[in-house]
Design a protein around this ligand. Structure first.
Ligand code: KIV
Length: 306
């Protein structure tokens, strides 16, 4: 294939060229000390906004099970549901790296099964990388050999909620810190292109970030990672629950949407919406067709007979 056909970002709405974010570009950002801004997104409209706002990496997170589909945890979401949302995000995004989260059960069996499911995300949904939770170096190696870029995810891994006994900060003892570091190195050596560190002490994330050749992207892991990620619905107050300690609310879309919907309902109820200006009008020439026809006047002699 000709290099000029590389599917880069093209041009923006203002005709400025868009440089596509790739997995090697994230590694280059780490080398240059440029921080990576990442967010989750799950649909076309928000992905367009997130991409056009210059976010480097968009994760179609399995958190969609909770924030979009209303499940109690991330375990229920299926490969087909994740593919459906990844396709919508893919259609919207021109610049950011699109990463799809492999859902619970889709890579917990054999390496061959994990590979087959990962191929679906690339082939059927256009994902540029997949994310898998836990210390699965063998699977990361197999995916990398199959030309599938991988983002690892260690620390608080929500798909292990039952084993962890809840969403708890991980790596708080010397022994578990040692294990986390070893797992991070093993994933990097197996070919992972980046590593999400979730729910770990700041000091631990800082040490791993300093040691690792690949970028770390933190969530609840302090400011010393190579990048940060938040769940879109958390940062926009669309979650209906008190936020975790690490969440900063950058907007209140919940309040904005609630007020707008209430205003609309009130306007409908008092016939203030739509206005005449918001209505289509019949051309003058055709208006007479709607005028009621005058009743025929009964003849005088028929009235007298009666
Ligand atoms: O699914 C998700 O949103 C995630 C992020 C928390 C990293 O995995």
């Amino acid at each position: 294939m000709s290099l000029t056909n590389f599917p880069g970002g093209g041009v923006s709405s203002t005709n400025a060229p868009i440089t596509k974010v790739t997995m090697p570009a994230l590694a280059e950002m780490k080398r240059q000390g440029k921080l990576i801004a990442a967010l989750t997104a799950y649909d076309y409209a928000t992905s367009r906004l997130v991409d056009e706002a210059g976010i480097d990496l968009i994760l179609v997170g399995d958190s969609l099970a909770m924030v979009v589909l209303g499940h109690d945890n991330t375990l229920a979401v299926t490969v087909d549901e994740m593919l459906h949302h990844t396709r919508a995000v893919r259609r919207a995004v021109r610049r950011a790296l699109v990463v799809a989260d492999m859902p619970f059960g889709s890579y917990h069996g054999t390496v061959a099964e994990g590979l087959a499911n990962a191929v679906r995300f690339v082939k059927e949904a256009g994902a540029e990388a997949v994310k898998i939770e836990g210390p699965r170096a063998e699977l990361v190696r197999a995916l990398t050999e199959a030309e599938i870029s991988v983002v690892g995810h260690l620390g608080l891994t929500p798909q292990s909620v039952h084993r962890m006994g809840g969403y708890r900060v991980q790596a708080r003892t010397a022994e578990t810190v040692k294990k986390l570091k070893a797992d991070a190195h093993a994933l990097a050596e197996a070919g992972a292109g980046a590593l999400v560190l979730e729910g770990v002490p700041r000091e631990v994330a800082a040490a791993i970030t300093a040691e690792l050749p690949i970028p770390t992207i933190g969530i609840g892991a302090g400011p010393d990672c190579d990048g940060q990620i938040l769940v879109f619905h958390d940062m926009m107050n669309l979650t209906f629950a008190p936020p975790a300690k690490f969440v900063r609310r950058y907007g209140d879309a919940g309040a904005l949407m609630r007020a707008a919907v209430e205003h609309y309902r009130e306007d409908v109820e008092r016939r203030a919406f739509p206005s005449d200006d918001e209505s289509y009008h019949l051309p003058e020439a055709a208006r007479s067709t709607l005028q009621p026809k005058p009743e025929p006047v009964p003849k005088l002699h028929t009235l007298r007979k009666a």
